[in-house]
Ligand binder design. Structure first.
Ligand SMILES: Nc1ncnc2c1ncn2[C@@H]1O[C@H](COP(=O)(O)OP(=O)(O)OP(=O)(O)O)[C@@H](O)[C@H]1O
Ligand SMILES: [Mg+2]
Length: 372
């Protein structure tokens, strides 16, 4: 069993900087948990505390059933993969893979078997006699991953392992790590994986669950689908998804029996499903959140349409991001297979998919639409 539990964890660095604030997180045995957030939000600090490379200022850290706050890194049953590979430059790939096992005095035959097994799985068998300087970044990163694998840890810790690789290699390494996680599960010895990244695509595609951090505090822990479709607050809503969710400031108002939002000088009725959740918030200043795919150019007048001028088009091939100027606000709309009639500066009628909207408290950023 290698669940990892953090309970009320704080980190205050030697200079007095309070980097981690009361973080509680339960990572289950065999789970793939991604820690994601902007630079400086304390992803590495958290991971390094789990690894034992950084002390815990207060709170309880347990791995398996054991409290680990004061356990030596080598006795925690973990292996870590870093962004910069951290391979020994004077050793061959084979020696790098075997090093940790040799220092722990494993029998020679077993070391050889584990190294060959990992090399085969990672398709680096032909590279085993090369030194890091004779390999590409992607190959070095596979050796680094292999070095973690041969130790058969119960917990793998990854700190932005793919950020030095080009886009294509990142995709294939991403798949490889996900596959390794799946294979270990299928073979009956699942490994818990904790993966730090600032790349939301990695977070969404790799994680069983995603933990979104902001300035050392947890904003939401949930499945990738839920953080996308049911963001708890404005920070998560804007962080997850590309381009970001559009945010328009407004006010909740009653119009007859109906609850509406007043924004852009217009009044838009809110969806029936949200009327109850939002009923108590009438009169409040809020943000209307709409994902770029939930704004359509349909040039049809309706209760939820607005007119806007195009002030930028980003053609991506199969899709396009169209930037609009909307009464002093900029709004992005995502189109699949865009029509080529769209021109810079032209006026369009947009329809807002209000059934997909989120309403965020202007002050606290809490997603009011989710309240029951
Ligand atoms: N040794 C240290 N002493 C004081 N403050 C530190 C120390 N190490 C990190 N910090 C601060 O703690 C905060 C969290 O740093 P950390 O490296 O964990 O962030 P991160 O989320 O991994 O960022 P990045 O995405 O840039 O790697 C930052 O504000 C950083 O400046
Ligand atoms: Mg970091």
């Amino acid at each position: 069993m290698a669940r990892v539990h953090l309970q009320g964890i704080n980190k205050i660095y030697g200079n007095g900087f309070h980097a981690v604030h009361d973080v509680s997180l339960e990572i289950e045995d065999g789970e793939f948990m991604v820690l994601v957030g902007p630079s400086g939000c304390a992803k590495s600090t958290l991971l390094r505390m789990i690894a034992g490379l950084e002390s815990v200022s207060s709170g309880d850290l347990s791995i398996g059933e054991k409290r680990c706050n004061d356990v030596q890194p080598k006795d925690r049953g973990i292996a870590m993969v870093f962004q910069n590979y951290a391979l020994y430059p004077h050793m061959t790939a084979r020696q790098n893979l075997a090093f940790g096992l040799e220092t722990s005095k494993k029998p020679r035959a077993e070391i050889e078997q584990r190294v060959n097994e990992a090399a085969e799985l990672l398709e680096i068998s032909e590279l085993l006699d090369r030194k890091p300087g004779q390999m590409s970044g992607g190959q070095c990163q596979r050796v680094a991953l292999g070095r973690a694998m041969v130790r058969k840890p119960e917990v793998f810790l990854f700190d932005e392992p793919l950020s030095n690789l080009d886009a294509k290699l990142r995709v294939s390494m991403r798949m490889r790590i996900s596959r390794l996680h799946r294979q270990l599960k299928e073979s009956g010895r699942p490994a818990t994986m904790i993966y730090v990244t600032h790349d939301q695509v990695e977070a969404m595609t790799m994680g069983d669950r995603v933990c979104i951090l902001k300035k050392g505090e947890i904003m939401q822990v949930d499945t990738p689908m839920n953080v996308y479709h049911r963001p708890k607050n404005k920070f998560v809503a804007e962080f997850i998804g590309s381009p970001s969710m559009n945010m328009l400031p407004g006010k909740l108002v009653h119009s007859g029996e109906q609850l509406c939002i007043n924004t852009l000088g217009q009044t838009f009725p809110l969806p029936v499903e949200q009327q109850t959740a939002l009923a108590n918030h009438a009169g409040k200043m809020v943000f209307l959140g709409l994902r770029p795919e939930h704004i359509r150019i349909d040039n049809q007048d309706s209760k939820s349409s607005v007119t806007a001028h195009i002030n930028g088009i980003e053609e991506m091939g199969s899709e396009a991001f169209v930037h609009f100027e909307l009464k002093g606000h900029s709004v992005i709309c995502k189109l699949i297979s865009p029509e080529h009639t769209l021109r810079h500066g032209s006026e369009q009628t947009l329809s807002l998919r209000m059934d997909k909207c989120h309403i965020f408290d202007h002050e606290t950023g809490v997603n009011l639409s989710l309240a029951q």
